[in-house]
Design a protein around this ligand. Sequence first.
Ligand code: NAD
Length: 237
Amino acid sequence: RGLLSGKVAVVTGAASGIGAAVVERFLREGARVIAVDLTDQSPGRPDLLVIKGDVADAETWRRIADTARAEFGRLDVLHSNASMVVRTPAHELLEADWDRQLSVNLKATYLAVNACVGLLREDRGAIVLSSSVHALVGVPGHPAYAAAKGGLVSLGRQLAVEYGPEVRVNTVLPGPILTPAWDGIGEEDRLRSVAATAAARFGRPDEVAAAVTFLSCAESSYITGASLVVDGGWTAV
Ligand code: NAD
């Protein structure tokens, strides 16, 4: 029996990087998964339903909640992971790009909870939010991303208290994890990020998936409102 045997989980940003690794690990742990992404994903299977949609759109979340209810009759885990970034200093950032980053990276979690917390409460579920070390340390060129990721840490704590005995809510803060999000980022920036970690290397998506799995399953039953850095020691250096 896996750590998530019998559980139903929603994972957003499931087509790439950390989200894809979480889907793979959740399936291995016995969960049935609803995998959500803006981009196309490989077709589902009996324990994997695929939904194409924008997490910043309330209609996507209605479809996700309806699917969980209709296909599985329950929802135990919500991993809000989808994200995007426009790398530009604040004085050059277009207002539309600020709004989009706040919507995808922060508002989407409010929409998720709004649509899904009823189901999660029924099943004493767990929510895991995906923040970033950018919530804790300044990195040039990420004003809206950092604001949204910082907001998620506060939102996670607030939701943990709000839904207290029924739903646990925790937040992971990854450091530099080698995923397609790093495509197009130059060697100098990569080396600087790796040098900022005590581990002196990039993290792997499966190393974040392990933390997300821990916070999603009964192994973390007394942990809620917590922030877990998965950053190779970036914030310890
Ligand atoms: P990624 O770019 O590899 O994957 C993100 C996925 O989200 C993509 O498949 C994309 O299509 C999807 N997505 C983007 N906008 C969406 C939307 N509006 N609706 C639905 N899907 C959408 O990213 P990743 O590196 O795997 O990052 C996953 C999470 O980890 C993100 O929340 C990211 O901020 C966080 N994180 C990553 C790193 C890192 O170094 N990779 C560091 C800190 C935090």
